[in-house]
Design a protein around this ligand. Structure first.
Ligand code: G3H
Length: 258
């Protein structure tokens, strides 16, 4: 089954209004890429509004890097689904390893965030669930076990119908921001495992879920990673801050379709 290529930029706590303009221009100047590849950008929430005035949503989609599981209330510093939707977000990253490690994203909270995002009635959010093992876990040969446990917990109450709104990003923690990329074979092995798990639980709905690889994807390695059967695109950190590099990665995802 040929799934649509998808590339998502995660700026993390980086970027500026200037970079919004630069990247938006670079992408606008490549309509042939945007015609073939779904591209989304997740800037820091305070830059969503700047993006809103630069993009047409049929060209570039916007996303939030995280969201609070509560609808509203006394949660200083947090953003609700309604707030990020109002700022243009259609995608929401959930369970990124940096949030799991440093900002209190327990399995329970991740499950609650997934549930909240999937049940939002006004906006049909796309939830990008991030999973992945640490270096220690890989060395102990626990990769599949860890990834399976993360999937089981986050998707425990998610129905087949809701899976049309879910994207899974495999991000080995040891490859994030380290310059160490999983080899295409290593990434494919885990992606195939995730695909199989999804198909077992969700049947046909599991076949359609886009699977992204993230972890030091660069213009130089994107094409070989995206050539793997179960890698439908990437979740890009550092390289998404360089417009030309990001565009080259989107082109690599476009090449995957031909
Ligand atoms: O969300 C993106 C990933 O954490 C990958 O980041 P990176 O491309 O800087 O390694």
């Amino acid at each position: 089954m040929q799934r649509q290529s998808l590339v998502i930029a995660n700026w993390k706590m980086n970027g500026s209004r200037h970079l919004v303009k630069q990247l938006a221009k670079t992408l606008r100047d490549a309509p042939e890429v945007l015609a073939d590849v779904t591209v989304a950008v997740c800037p820091p929430a305070v830059l969503l509004a700047a993006w809103q005035s630069e993009v047409f949503y049929d060209q570039v989609h916007l996303g939030a890097q995280d969201v609070n599981e509560n609808a509203a209330g006394a949660h200083t510093g947090e953003h609700s689904l309604d707030l990020v939707a109002e700022a243009g977000a259609e995608y929401v990253l959930v369970g990124h390893s940096e949030r799991r490690q440093f900002y209190g994203d327990t399995e329970q909270r991740i499950q609650a965030k997934v549930a909240a995002a999937l049940s939002a009635s006004e906006t049909k959010f796309k939830v990008v669930l991030c999973v992945g093992e640490s270096e220690q876990e890989r060395e102990a040969e626990q990769t599949m076990q860890v990834v399976q446990a993360q999937l089981e917990s986050a998707l425990q109450n998610v129905s087949s119908a809701q899976m049309a709104q879910v994207v899974v990003a495999y991000e080995p923690v040891w490859a994030i921001g380290t310059g160490k990329t999983a080899s295409p074979a290593q990434a494919q092995e885990v992606h195939a495992f995730i695909r199989q798990w999804l198909q077992q639980k969700y049947d046909v709905a599991g076949t359609s879920v886009p699977l992204l690889y993230g972890g030091s994807v660069k213009a130089e390695n994107a094409e070989t990673l995206f050539a793997e059967a179960d890698i439908d695109g990437g979740l890009i950190g550092g390289a998404s801050l360089e417009p030309e590099a990001f565009l080259a990665i989107c082109r690599a995802a476009q090449a995957r379709r031909s």
